[in-house]
Structure formats: C-alpha cells, structure tokens
Design a protein around this ligand. Structure first.
Ligand code: ADP
Ligand code: MG
Length: 408
C-alpha cells in the first residue's frame, strides 16, 4: 500500500485553511554551545511546512532534540531551532515552553491562518519514548488535543514506536509530508530492483548497530566496502592486531561468518588494506599510515588508535563506487571531525559525486560530514536525513512510523 500523502489529508478533512495541523518533524540538529552547527534537518522540513503555511493551515511543529532523558534540560531546548526556522521561513515562529501544557495550548490558540509555532522538546516528557503502550498513548492523546490533523515528516524517527511518531498518527487524520514521501521513494528504489552493480559502503561508530545490517544486505548487494570504526572488527577477524582501535570482541565470530557468506554469495567484500594510526584521539596527535597487517608495527605499538582508512583503501573504495550504478553510503570512514582523519571520508564522498546512476548518503553524521567537507547537496542523488531509519528500511524491516501512514 502506498503512503497517504498531503493530498489525501485534504480528502479526509477538507481544505486545510484554518485547520490546526501538528507536524512531527526531525529537528534533531547538532548543537555546540547552543549554536546549530548543521541546519540540514531544519531545511529538510521546509517544503512541507511551507506547503501547509501556503494553504493557510495553523501549523504546530514538534520534534525531539538529543537525549534529555525524559525531563526538561535547557541544554536540549528547541528554542535555537525555532529561531533558525524563523530566519529560514522569513516569518515569525511562536515558541511554546512546553509540549502539552499551558504554553503549548496558548501558542496553538494564538495562531492565525498560515502561522506557525514550535513546541518544546518532546523528549522532555518521558512518555514520548515510553515502552508502556498506555503511557505513550496518553501523551499522544494530549498532543492530539492541540490539532485537527497530523502530518508526519520526521524521517529520522520513523523506525521508532514513539508517541509523536506512531500513536499520534493513529489518533488524528494523518499523512506523510514531502520529506518522508521523497525518502521512501528513493529508498524503495534501492530495495526493489536496484540498477547493478549495487555497492553499499558502511562506516561510522555505531558498530554493534550496524554489524547486524550486513547480514540483511549481503543477499542484496554486489559489493560491500567496510570502513569507519567497524573495519577493525573485520581486520581482527582476519587475524590482524588493531591496537586500541574500536573493536567489538564479541562479534568476531559473526564477522567471520559474514566474510564466509560474502564469498559464498559472490559478493565482493572490500576490506581496508591500510589505516591511519594515531597516538591519541585528537587533532594534534602523531599519526602514520600503516598496512592492515602492521597496524601495531608503528611508533605507537599496541597503543595506536585507527582513526581513518588509509589512502590505498580510499582508492579501492573509490574504484568500487566508481564502477557502480547504485551506491548507498552510511557512516564516515574515519573521525572526519578532526582534519588529519578526514581524508578517507572525503575520498568516498568525492567518489559518490561521480557516480553515473543513483548515489545516496544516509545518516546524520555522514550528511553533516559531506557538508563540512565542502560538498553540495546537489552533487548527490539523495541525502537521507535518517541514518537508523534508512538502514532499517534497506534491511527490509517494517518501520512503525511508516506503517501508520499506510506504507506496507
Ligand atoms: P551516521 O550518523 O552517519 O549513521 P555514526 O553515528 O555511526 O554515523 O558514526 C559517526 C561517527 O563515527 C563520527 O563522529 C566519526 O568520528 C566516527 N568514526 C568514524 N570512524 C571512526 C573510527 N575509526 N574510530 C572512532 N570513531 C570513528
Ligand atoms: Mg550518528
């Protein structure tokens, strides 16, 4: 079944002019000392918000930010995001100091047609993410009191069974916004008959999360390149010492299984042949390039930390990507935030921009990395705003936040 889209919402509730529409967006932006360092997710919400504003709806945007742990914490306030949104929309944005309390009701009541308000961080309430269905649904019901209809457009959270994502969409007439529609369209093209060769490049630091993805991807892809933090579990599984690099000791057998399965299936598993080893996790640490077989044969010995793929590996990955018609990349190849360890990520991003076919970048940090390294969004086929969500989609898992919008 296809997603219910904004047009279908009008069929359900009539013209949106004058209607209060609560929009679940993903404003989970990176913040440093209260300043937004990458506003990509705010920009990604603009098409839907503008469409609703232009139709004269009274828009109430809500989101989480970070992991405040179920209680108000000024560090995770959405106030700076509301401010940024106002600049991007070129119009005032009201800000509610709570989510379902007095301030939220006041803000909603104060909206004229085409006005917009932002609620405070949804995760200031523990029930937003409660495992208990009744608690979660209770919070969703209080959010539902603020509005006549709901639009879901936070792609980054559709894999979560949370009050504002899953329950709220069932309590009000609801539909997917433009961002979710576009994300699902692209990811569906990667799942159903991708043009071949199809290459997936994985990296990043959420190693245990992402190792599981590999078993689902092996039957679907032609090539799999492994960099970032998870490469060291593969190198260790091949018998190499990895010093103090990220390592999931208890996953070594699983990883050996993947190496064997890739060979059986004829999937080209491209593993690093070199890495950048450093004396410490810092931008001014000493660092050298070492072959995969000699990661501990550096001046740092067994204390060395692997913080990027090496140049030879970057070339291998770029070649694998370059010869592909479909490429999905999730997870930086190294600690790109520190200049000496950004080269691998930059090489992979550059190779994606040259792909003759569909190139997709998925993941919050990966998206931030390509922008920070000076690439433009338009150089890629698609930049997904959701890391976990896009991976689970590609794995073929059912995503609760999409199922409630009609997607099957
Ligand atoms: P995404 O958000 O794109 O899904 P992750 O959250 O999994 O990606 O990982 C991003 C982080 O991975 C970055 O902050 C980067 O510094 C880190 N990273 C990449 N390679 C390594 C490595 N070799 N050691 C430690 N951290 C790494
Ligand atoms: Mg991340």
């Amino acid at each position: 079944m296809p997603l219910r889209t904004l047009d279908s919402l009008q069929d359900a509730v009539g013209s949106l002019a004058g209607k209060r529409v609560i929009v679940r967006v993903d404003f989970n932006v990176p913040l440093k000392d209260g300043v937004i360092t990458d506003d990509g997710r705010v920009r990604a919400a603009l098409p839907t918000l503008n469409q609703l504003i232009n139709q004269g709806a009274r828009v109430i945007a809500c989101s989480h930010l970070g992991r405040p742990g179920g209680a108000p914490d000024p560090k995770y306030s959405l106030a700076p995001v509301a401010q940024r949104l106002s600049e991007l929309l070129g119009k005032p944005v009201a800000f509610a100091l709570d989510t379902v309390g007095e301030s939220a009701h006041e803000a909603a009541a104060g909206l004229g047609d085409g006005d917009i308000a932002v609620l405070e961080n949804l995760r200031f309430d523990p029930d937003e993410t409660a495992k208990d269905d009744a608690a979660r649904r209770g919070f969703a019901a209080r959010l539902a009191e603020l509005a006549d209809a709901m639009v879901s457009d936070g792609f980054g959270v559709v894999h979560r069974k949370q009050a504002s994502v899953y329950d709220l969409a069932q309590l009000l007439p609801s539909a997917a916004g433009q961002l979710i529609e576009k994300e699902v369209d692209v990811l569906d093209r990667l799942t159903e008959n991708p043009e071949r060769p199809y290459t997936v490049v994985l990296g990043g630091s959420k190693v245990s999360d992402k190792l599981g993805v590999i078993s689902h991807l092996l039957p679907r892809v032609d090539r799999l390149c492994i960099g970032g933090g998870m490469m060291f579990t593969f190198l260790k599984a091949q018998g190499h010492g990895v010093g103090k690099s990220l390592l999931e000791e208890d996953q070594l057998d699983t990883v050996r299984g993947y190496i064997a399965e890739a060979a059986e299936r004829g999937v080209e598993l491209v593993l690093p042949v070199d890495a950048v080893m450093a004396s410490a996790f810092s931008a001014d640490a000493d660092h050298v390039i070492a072959a995969a077989s000699g990661l501990e044969d550096t001046p740092f010995g067994a204390d060395g930390l692997g913080l990027d793929i090496g140049p030879e590996t970057a070339r291998l990955f770029a070649d694998a990507i370059g010869g592909s018609r479909t490429v999905f990349w999730n997870g930086p190849m190294g600690v790109f935030e520190l200049a000496p360890f950004a080269a691998g990520t930059k090489a992979v991003a550059g190779a994606l921009t040259e792909v003759d076919g569909l190139s997709v970048v998925g993941g919050g940090d990966s998206a931030a990395a390509v922008r920070q390294l000076g690439f433009r969004d338009a150089q890629f086929g698609h930049i997904s705003t959701g890391g976990g969500a896009s991976l689970e989609f590609l794995e073929g898992k059912k995503l609760p936040g999409l199922e409630v919008l009609g997607w099957q």
